[in-house]
Write a protein that binds this ligand. Structure first.
Ligand SMILES: [Zn+2]
Length: 81
């Protein structure tokens, strides 16, 4: 989550209102979050940064399902239909 309004708006435009986890569009009624592609590690160095390149839009439900895993680990573990 970021409180930086400029970063937030830039993300909305860059990601074209698309969830980077399920790749579906974010609609007005869908709660969404700004998510770290490389997870931030609390209290340790070496975690993901708050740079724009490490941020992406995601549905709240997708982000919650992914938990603290990296997106690549989550997607590879998830069974595809
Ligand atoms: Zn999603």
């Amino acid at each position: 989550m970021t409180s930086d309004g400029v970063t937030y708006m830039t993300l909305l435009w860059r990601d074209n209102l698309t969830c980077h986890i399920c790749e579906r569009g974010l609609r007005d009624e869908d709660p969404f979050d700004v998510e770290h592609i490389v997870p931030k590690l609390r209290g340790r160095r070496g975690g993901g940064s708050d740079d724009l390149g490490n941020l992406a839009l995601a549905h709240l439900s997708c982000n919650a399902a992914k938990g603290t895993k990296a997106i690549s680990a989550y997607l590879s573990a998830k069974e595809l239909p």
